[in-house]
Design a protein around this ligand. Structure first.
Ligand code: SAH
Length: 395
């Protein structure tokens, strides 16, 4: 096996079982591993540390497959994927949804591999050279383990550029599903744009948070910002909101949201195509107000280098959100930026409330649904965080 030898003292993070080897930690490569090939990672004094996938074009030069010496092959992926799928059975209520994340990358011991199940279709996203190298074995294992009719590839995430991998989408195994794909979540049905929608087609991570919003909606004038295919807006309608306004910049997403509302025999929301930053300002200038506001923006800070700019953007929309709330109103606010910690996010929201001149308290801390686990040795996996804040002076 090819070898990756670390600089002296750079084995520490691997000993804590953190699965990434950064380029700066590498002293030398022995042999000529090709992109995605398996290497044995060793410390400067020759101690074996892990078997990993080699990524010559990435700052993350290797990602760990296993901490013991072993062969990486189809059987490895079969075993890991089987374990990952079996664990979902213990964390997810089978009645909650027929859509779930089956493989969540590093946190499932499968770096660079995301697999989401939508009914009979598994959509897979491969974002590292190692995952790319084993694509056929991964597709085969997903098919075998799940018994799905289709394995579809959506390897078109931005991060592939960092690995020097071109985007690729299309059929990997089975038959092309009859579009549109439908899933059900907590009793609501949604169309999934697996071919061209965001992520693998649907934001599965917000499943349980949507239910929480449903429970807050009865009799409320509600606003869903960054509504995509209507995940929160439909739950507001289902929960008996008096009115629902929903904003997104994508006409396609709004058309899908509209179809989703019709599919569930719900009244239509006031679907608005536009920029949330501008729309919130306009609402403020018009003196509009709401009882319930959801802010679920896209990733403003993919990495820590974008944090400052992202913090300003979060502060901006949250400040406006607080200003648009009536006394007693509720703000449900999220960040899915890996570069913004839960602690920093709460500080930003506190600053926004202060500048908006409102008194607010956190009544709930939100996270990704349990089919998106965070391995304790991989804190980077905790990307989605949210707060439910209630506004209004005490007494
Ligand atoms: N809340 C959604 C997921 C939101 S994803 C759900 O539960 O499924 C983020 C959405 O923000 C995308 O649909 C994208 O089209 C939209 N978006 C990105 N920037 C925007 C902007 N400046 N104004 C309005 N929408 C924007």
């Amino acid at each position: 096996m090819h070898k990756l030898i670390l600089k002296p003292g750079r084995e520490k993070s691997l000993k804590r079982k953190h699965p990434w080897v950064f380029s700066g930690a590498v002293a030398r490569v022995e042999g000529e591993p090709k992109e995605g090939e398996t290497v044995a990672v060793r410390s400067s004094d020759g101690e074996f540390l892990a078997v990993a996938a080699y990524s010559p074009n990435s700052q993350i030069r290797a990602r760990v497959w296993d901490w013991k010496e072993r062969t990486i092959d189809g059987a490895f992926f079969n075993e890991r994927i089987k374990r990952s799928v079996a664990q979902r059975r213990t964390v997810l209520d089978a009645n909650a949804s027929d859509a779930m994340r089956l493989v969540h990358g590093e946190s499932d011991g499968l770096p660079g591999i995301i697999a989401d199940r939508y009914g009979d279709t598994v959509v897979v996203q491969l974002t590292s050279a190692g995952a790319e190298r084993w694509k056929e074995e991964i597709a085969e294992a997903l098919l075998q383990v799940t018994g799905a009719a289709t394995v579809w590839e959506r390897s078109d995430a931005e991060v592939r550029h960092l690995e020097g991998l071109p985007p690729r989408t299309g059929l990997l195994r089975g038959t092309v599903p009859a579009a549109p794909l439908m899933v059900s979540e907590h009793g609501l049905r949604f169309e999934v744009g697996f071919e061209g929608g965001h992520k693998t087609g649907f934001y599965l991570d917000q499943r349980d948070n949507r239910l929480k919003v449903r429970a807050l909606s009865a009799g409320r004038d509600a606003l869903d910002c960054f509504c995509y295919s209507g995940g929160f807006a439909l739950n507001m309608l289902k929960g008996g909101a008096k009115s629902v306004t929903a904003i997104d910049s994508s006409a396609d997403a709004l058309a899908q949201a509209q179809r989703n509302a019709a599919l569930n025999q719900l009244p239509q929301a006031d679907w608005m195509e536009g920029d949330v930053f501008q729309s919130l300002r306009r609402f403020r200038d018009q003196g509009r107000s709401f009882d319930l506001i959801v802010l679920d923006p896209p990733k403003f800070a993919p990495t820590v280098s974008h944090v400052e700019k992202a913090a300003r953007a979060y502060k901006d929309i949250n400040l406006l959100g607080f200003k648009l709330l009536r006394p007693g109103g509720v703000l449900v606010t999220f960040s899915c930026s890996g570069g913004v910690s839960a602690d920093l996010f709460q500080k930003i929201i506190a600053g926004a409330a202060l500048d908006a001149g409102v008194d607010a308290r956190v009544t709930d801390w939100l996270h990704a649904a349990p089919d998106h686990p965070v391995a304790l040795n991989f804190p980077e996996g905790e990307y989605l965080k949210g707060l439910i804040c209630r506004v209004g002076a005490l007494g």
